[in-house]
Write a protein that binds this ligand. Structure first.
Ligand code: PA5
Length: 474
């Protein structure tokens, strides 16, 4: 088993009396049990009581189930095998992939792409990429962005017989009725059908819908006869769907090791179920976050990522936390406000406020301990050119500078009793990202149960959609 992710709330712990940690334990164990009972209820197909609806706990066991099925049905039709086969086919067929989706139907894949594919991926030659370039649409209603992508495809892709000129669409919507995605799908589908011919095999093979068991997109996909359509299973909500085909299929098209991803997630679920309080990343994360919010007013939760490649993990977590816990309870409201920070960049924008502003934040660092590529040394220059005085850094590398920034920042916060905690990944690979995403999803639902609110569903999001529908359709 690869070296596991570690969670250490060391600096947050200093602020919280030991008694508070201990007193929380039975409640936290109760919340964990409730989450596991939710899973059991779903597995048994039992009637879900009204107070528990919607119940979308299917994400918890999914990674282990997918891996087990693929093992058990070696040569047959496990979902994972189907995803692997179809993604490999698409990977070989196209050089540009347009991914249409929004919210949970886009953020998870973006987190995987930015975390695991090489920086500047789209700029690399095909031989170095191995798979198609990636573009997002349907995650906004931005006219100029959509038109620019269409024009890019039209100008770069003119010879459909050549790999370098072929593009395809993965359209993702669990409900199948989200306006942004549906409108973008019309737009790009029309362009694709014009390019390959409306009734050509390619106009069907190069469109892969990923959608719920029913809904408008499912009905349309069936009518069109798209040969590969993947499900978003019932019982898994959009923002919890990164380990369904929603994240797995496009990730595999991009060459990401989806089995390692699932293994990391499955191992995290196992730790969540079995590891004791105090060495259980999920329970410990919830404990530190909850106690600091309850007792110290830290109702802003900063996910402070160190390095450029985890920003989209932060944006994915923004959605996860905000939609899951930002809800009314009794006569008040619950749910911390998530903020993503990318350091060292944001030390030069948000750093001042974190150091001396309101005491309303818990800063959780996400630290990757080893770079994926060889460390860059700080270049040495002749003394005559050393006006920047960086020759003092002789023998130091980029990771040394980053490490000094992390230590220096944490020390500065600790000196003025600003709470921090660390999530440490030994390296940034598929296994570690699988662990991290599953940890944060589990923590979110445990915290929901601890707070006495349903972490699943997002009823508040419907209000703007209703208004928009009235404005557009009358
Ligand atoms: O978490 C959720 O369920 C939502 O944020 C959805 O992911 C988002 O609204 C997109 O929905 P759909 O996949 O149905 O198009």
């Amino acid at each position: 088993m690869p070296e596991p992710l570690r969670y250490d709330p060391y600096a947050a712990r200093v602020l919280i009396p030991e008694l508070a940690w201990q007193e929380l334990e039975p409640k936290l164990q109760g919340a964990r049990q409730e989450v596991l009972d939710d899973v059991a209820m779903m597995q048994a197909g039992a009637l879900v009581p009204a107070a528990k609806q919607p119940l979308d706990a299917g994400f918890i066991e999914l990674p282990a189930v997918l891996l087990r099925e693929a093992e058990a049905r070696r040569n047959s039709k496990s979902l994972l095998k189907q995803i692997e086969r179809a993604s490999l086919r698409l990977r070989r067929q196209i050089d540009r992939l347009v991914l249409l989706g929004i919210g949970g139907s886009y953020m998870g894949l973006r987190a995987l792409f930015e975390g695991l594919c090489p920086p500047f991926y789209n700029e690399l030659p095909r031989a170095n990429r191995g798979g198609p370039r990636l573009y997002y649409e349907g995650e906004n209603l931005d006219n100029d962005a959509a038109r620019s992508l269409l024009e890019l495809l039209q100008s770069e892709c003119t010879k459909p017989t050549r790999l370098a000129h072929r593009w395809g669409i993965v359209v993702i919507s669990k409900s199948g009725g989200t306006l942004e995605t549906a409108a973008a799908f019309r737009l790009f589908r029309e362009a694709l059908e014009r390019y390959y011919g409306a009734d050509s095999p390619r106009s069907r093979e190069l469109v892969i819908p990923i959608t719920g068991e029913s809904g408008k997109l499912r009905t349309f996909a069936e009518r069109k006869g798209y040969p590969a359509t993947f499900p978003v299973p019932d019982g898994i909500g959009g923002r919890f769907s990164v380990f369904t085909a929603v994240g797995l299929f496009p990730a595999a098209v991009l060459g990401i090791d989806i089995r390692a991803l699932l293994q990391g997630a499955a191992d995290m679920t196992e730790r969540f179920k079995t590891a004791p309080y105090g060495s259980n990343p999920v329970l410990d994360y919830v404990a530190a976050s909850h106690l600091l919010e309850r007792d110290y007013g830290a109702n802003i939760r900063v996910l402070s990522t160190w390095g450029k490649r985890l920003e989209a993990v932060g944006l994915w977590y923004d959605q996860l936390l905000a939609e899951s816990l930002g809800k009314p309870k009794d006569d008040g409201f619950v749910g911390a406000t998530p903020i993503t920070v990318v350091n060292t960049r944001d030390l030069h924008s948000r750093g001042q406020q974190h150091q001396e502003g309101r005491r309303d934040k818990l800063i959780t660092n996400v630290i990757v301990e080893a770079p994926s590529l060889e460390p860059l040394p700080v270049p040495m220059v002749p003394d005559a050119d050393d006006q920047d005085q960086l020759n003092r850094l002789r023998g130091k590398t980029w990771p040394d500078l980053m490490s000094a920034a992390i230590q220096g920042t944490n020390q500065a916060y600790a000196d003025v009793q600003r709470p921090t905690a660390d999530i440490r990944l030994p390296r940034l690979d598929a296994y570690a990202l699988g662990e991290l995403l599953q940890m944060l999803m589990l923590a979110t639902v445990v915290e929901g149960r601890l707070l006495g609110i349903n972490p699943y569903g997002q009823p508040g999001v419907e209000d703007y959609k209703r208004n928009m529908g009235r404005i557009l359709y009358g």
